[in-house]
Design a protein around this ligand. Structure first.
Ligand code: LSW
Ligand code: ZN
Length: 483
């Protein structure tokens, strides 16, 4: 399944972003299809890529996945678990974990529904009501991402106040001639400004930062710990754009954690829980996206505008990235837990997937699906057996971390403008949690960092608060939800 995913290509004699393509050039998931889904505004072309990717990598896994489920369960039972899903959940060492994440989602859902209703209305305006139903789930190919997991790439379609600054610095990065290496250097500089570890010489020598020309590689960004001295690395086909600037920080966050806990016993050289590992770099990114920081690294001219319009624009972009991701971050493993438990059978795999997509995200397949399709397999983490609910956890707790570090720095203003760059106080707090690794239950690590022992959606909701009010006003009298 891993090989099917990595070799997956979509080929046909069609145009790419309006330009004619040479007939035999095939599109890979990174960067070709990713860019097409982000940039194309032609519903037919988007559908072609969406369907093509699922035909190329989903369907061929259809009959392999049940074998993987059975084998994983045999291994899990031999380890003393009832199935593979239970073995994944064991990492969270908390019998209430599922109840807790369900509760978090329930507290975030009302706001998600508001964003969903607003975006759907703008998509109806853009594509027409024959493509998007004002009262139905949103077709999954129009949201700027192959999996409709983040919608920030269609910010231009839904921008609340045109002309008030979108804070996308991709063009500035390109104009200034930024390179992948620059992006890594800037990320490293952020961590060292907090008094945290600098990436060692071997990191710079042995990481893969750009896509090699002479051989095929798996481009999905990842980080590696070789558990030997400071040998930590990133493998990524970095593109010069703002999204990949965040991905670099994300992957370097994993490496920072590896370095911080390297003196722990081998068994404890791991995250407090998998969600903590995912949250390290993203916490830093919440400072990187602030106007004050982008100004400091020369990517934004105006330092900070206190106009309501630009703040709403900024928060809309953030919501399309971080808030919109949450239902997806939850449903991927909801589906796999059911499959591992045997609650759904192979013939129902794909239907169950789309039931969850509709229930949680309010989206639907743009064309009819059949039991011969296997759309979950079109996602990296399903094809490669990588658990996913860690990202849901991360997208919640990174706001708790951000708030705690902003408090440590002594910031007074609103959370979305807080930038912890250079704060040694924030760095000290961060380090005291990171160096614990997995040596204590994660609730203890959470307490060291935030003073409280549980996951909490309040900091996320506090961060987005100005947008919440704006949306409620904007959606007044309009249809919210889906039938
Ligand atoms: C990780 N990669 O680092 C994984 C690799 N453009 O994109 O998938 O769905 C073996 C074991 C190999 C910022 C950061 C585990 C690999 C914005 C994260 C959604 C693709 C970038 C991929 C795991 C980055 C969640 N992230 C996803 C990844 C691995 C995510 C993000 C995300 C990353 C997730 O954890 N948006
Ligand atoms: Zn990660």
């Amino acid at each position: 399944m891993r090989r099917i995913y990595h070799n997956g290509k979509v080929c046909a004699g069609r145009t790419f972003l309006g330009r004619p393509r040479t007939r035999h050039r095939c599109l890979q998931i990174e960067p070709d299809l990713t860019d097409l889904m982000a940039m194309s505004r032609d519903a037919n072309e988007l559908l072609w890529a969406w369907k093509g990717w699922r035909d190329a990598v989903g369907r061929p896994m259809r009959d392999l996945y049940p074998i993987y489920v059975n084998l994983s369960n045999v291994a899990a039972v031999n380890k003393g678990f009832s199935n593979e899903g239970e073995s994944w959940l064991h990492r969270y060492e908390d019998p209430d974990f599922i109840d807790d994440i369900d509760y978090l989602w329930e507290s975030i859902k009302p706001l998600y529904l508001q964003v969903h209703a607003y975006v759907r209305r703008r998509l109806v305006d853009y594509y027409g009501s024959d493509v998007v139903d004002l009262h139905g789930p949103i077709p999954a190919h129009l949201l700027g991402n192959m999996w409709a997991q983040e919608w920030n790439n269609i910010y231009d379609i839904v921008e609340p106040y045109p002309g008030h600054g979108a804070i996308d610095v991709t063009n500035e990065m390109k104009d200034l001639g930024w390179t992948a290496e620059n992006m890594f250097t800037v990320a490293n500089q952020f961590f060292t400004s907090l008094g945290l570890e600098s990436m060692p010489r071997s990191f710079w020598a042995k990481s893969m930062m750009v896509k090699p020309r002479n051989r095929e590689v798996s481009c999905h960004g990842s980080s590696l710990d070789f558990y030997k001295n400071k040998d930590v690395r990133i493998k990524m086909c970095t593109e010069v754009n703002m999204q990949d600037l965040f991905t670099v920080h994300h992957e370097m966050g994993h490496c920072q954690y590896y370095l911080q806990y390297r003196n722990q016993h081998a068994l404890f050289r791991d995250g407090a829980n998998p969600g903590f590992h995912e949250a390290v770099g993203d916490t830093v990114s919440l400072s990187v996206i602030t106007p004050s920081y982008l100004n400091r690294i020369g990517l934004l001219q105006q330092s900070l505008s206190n106009h309501t319009e630009s703040n709403i624009n900024f928060l809309m972009k953030l919501a399309l990235f971080k808030l919109v991701f949450l239902p997806y971050g939850l449903l991927v493993d909801k589906w796999r837990w059911q499959a591992f438990k045997g609650e759904i059978q192979p013939n129902d795999y794909n239907q169950a997937w789309w039931n969850l997509r509709k229930q949680y995200q309010g989206i639907q397949a743009p064309i009819p699906r059949s039991p011969h399709d296997f759309d979950p397999g079109a996602k990296f983490h399903v094809a490669t057996g990588t658990p996913y609910v860690r990202y849901f956890v991360s997208f919640v707790i990174q706001f708790q971390f951000h708030k705690a570090l902003c408090d440590a720095k002594g910031e007074q203003g609103p959370l979305h403008l807080c930038n912890i760059y250079n704060s040694k106080e924030a760095g000290r707090k961060f380090r005291s949690m990171l160096k614990m690794g997995a040596s204590k239950p994660w609730h203890d690590a959470m307490e060291v960092m935030t003073g409280q022992r549980k996951m909490d959606a309040k900091p996320l909701l506090e961060y987005i608060q100005p947008l919440t009010e704006w949306l409620r006003n904007e959606n007044q009298g309009k249809f919210v939800g889906w039938t």
